[in-house]
Ligand binder design. Structure first.
Ligand SMILES: *[C@@H]1O[C@H](CO)[C@@H](O)[C@H](O)[C@H]1NC(C)=O
Ligand SMILES: *[C@@H]1O[C@H](CO)[C@@H](O)[C@H](O)[C@H]1NC(C)=O
Length: 183
């Protein structure tokens, strides 16, 4: 399917450098983009590993990388991902602190063996603090809950929810794809 892949940069990396040229032949950029898209969209859990960076002024962990699981849902035809953004979380605080709102979300193959493909999406996050400004809000909510039913207890605009939450959109700007050993 030639659905548009909105990445400005695509890096093809092969864990075995001796086979780099071979991998580039075996796996075209188009194939890599297609595999990456499939990994993200057909994940059984729609759960990735998000990475952000602690603020430089953090008293204990300045500029440390921070990585932890994060729910996502692929609710846009162009590959942008829907997130539930809880300001209380470490990731959210790191993202809001960086003017770029940058983050990375990586997704493995269902069996995350070293020989299997994995992808890291690098991009940035738009947070909709005004619930009224969320484009296609009911469709977004329905799409997200179809993947993460447990999230119904902490939806934005729910007065009874334990934490404040906002809808957010992650826009991938680059894709870092690893096809596995030897491609
Ligand atoms: C995300 O990055 C793009 C490209 O650099 C930029 O145009 C956009 O303003 C950024 N969005 C946010 C929320 O920072
Ligand atoms: C993808 O589409 C959404 C609208 O559905 C748009 O807001 C977003 O910026 C697009 N993503 C990228 C990476 O351009």
């Amino acid at each position: 399917m030639a659905r548009s892949i909105l990445c400005v940069l695509l890096l093809l990396i092969c864990a075995n450098h001796a086979h780099l040229a071979l991998a580039a032949v075996v796996e075209t950029v188009y194939d890599a983009a297609r595999i990456a898209r499939t990994l993200v969209e057909q994940s059984d859990t729609s759960t990735g590993n998000m990475a952000t960076i602690f603020p430089g002024e953090h008293p204990d962990l300045p500029n440390y990388p921070f990585s932890m699981q994060e729910y996502y849902a692929s609710c846009h035809s162009n590959g942008s991902l829907t997130l539930l953004f809880l300001p209380i979380s470490r990731h959210s605080r790191n993202v809001l602190h960086a003017s770029s709102h940058a983050a990375s979300i990586s997704v493995t193959s269902p069996v995350p063996a070293a020989s299997r493909p994995r992808v890291s999406l690098l991009g940035n996050i738009t947070v909709f603090t005004d619930i009224g400004s969320v484009p296609d809000r009911s469709a977004i909510q329905e799409c997200y809950l179809a993947k993460h039913r447990d999230a119904r207890w902490w939806l934005p605009d729910d007065k009874d929810a334990a934490h404040i939450a906002y809808w957010a959109r992650f826009d991938p700007q680059a894709i870092y794809f690893v096809g596995g050993f030897g491609g």
